[in-house]
Design a protein around this ligand. Structure first.
Ligand code: IPE
Ligand code: IPE
Ligand code: MG
Length: 250
């Protein structure tokens, strides 16, 4: 049954692509006098709930920032635990993803992942590739600056495009996100007001929603609140409010 909050969501104005900086696992654990890894484990419950919730709401694309290029510098025990949790998620969730019509995708310097994680990741991507209701993209070993640099290398070495012909459209085809729509809504949990090297190119006109809720406490209701907030905004893309209203009428 649909909750009261969910019934307020305008299905004709859903963000097509929601991206989330899942932050606050460590602080959640600290508050409870637990180790950081317990926070990451608890955060996996939020991942399941939010992916399921997004699917039920009719969102078509969701991208989760799960591990940044900079997160490799964390203590080895934490990095190892995060990689184990990721592997477990992929192994355990694979069937459920297929049942729910969810295709898995990943962006980032995936070749830097441990071999066993990389293998289950590509296997799950392959197993779910014909699912077409929701695309779940995991950003892993991901950095926005790294992505732009990798894109520049690709366009120079394989692009076959004269420098004067490079434009935003053809350059964006060389980013990891080439087959994804631009993000409409960015959610960051735990109250931090920064991008932390996430989707620097893609977020140009994305609506930003920051909540104090720590990631392990984030559930479908919080996602709905973020979407309701998004639906109250006027996206102007550099135009005047009047121009936007006229375009709406046309
Ligand atoms: C987000 O939670 C998870 C990852 C970055 C992998 P954090 O681990 O950053 O939690 P805080 O920010 O220390 O609370
Ligand atoms: C961003 O969170 C990375 C992920 C959520 C995976 P961080 O916790 O690493 O970001 P900073 O260090 O607070 O900027
Ligand atoms: Mg953090």
């Amino acid at each position: 049954m649909k909750g009261k909050l969910e019934s307020l969501v305008d299905k004709n104005n859903l963000p097509a692509h929601i991206v989330i900086i899942m932050d606050g696992n460590g602080r959640w654990a600290k508050k409870k006098n637990l180790g950081r890894i317990s926070g990451h484990r608890e955060g996996m419950k939020s991942v399941r709930a939010v992916v399921k919730g997004a699917k039920e709401l009719g969102v078509r694309h969701i991208t989760l920032y799960a591990f940044s290029a900079q997160n490799w510098k964390r203590p080895k025990v934490e990095v190892d635990a995060l990689m184990e949790l990721l592997k477990h998620y992929l192994v355990n969730e694979s069937d459920k993803l297929i049942e729910n019509g969810i295709s898995l995708n990943a962006i980032g310097r995936l070749w830097e992942l441990p071999k066993n994680v990389y293998e289950v990741l590509t296997e799950t991507i392959d197993r779910t590739k014909s699912c077409n209701e929701l695309t779940l993209t995991l950003a892993l070993s991901y950095g926005g600056r790294e992505e732009i640099i990798d894109g520049i290398k690709e366009i120079i070495s394989k692009g076959n495009i004269a420098p004067e012909d490079i434009n935003q459209h053809n350059f964006s085809q060389f980013l990891y996100t080439n087959d994804l729509p631009e993000p409409d809504l960015l959610i960051r949990t735990s109250g931090e007001m920064r991008l932390s090297n996430f989707m620097l190119w893609q977020l140009a006109y994305t609506e930003i929603y920051v909540t104090k809720t720590l990631w392990p406490n984030f559930r479908k209701q919080h996602l709905i609140k973020a979407i309701l907030n998004y639906q109250k905004r006027e996206r102007r893309f550099g135009l005047t409010g009047e121009q936007v209203k006229k375009r709406d009428v046309i």
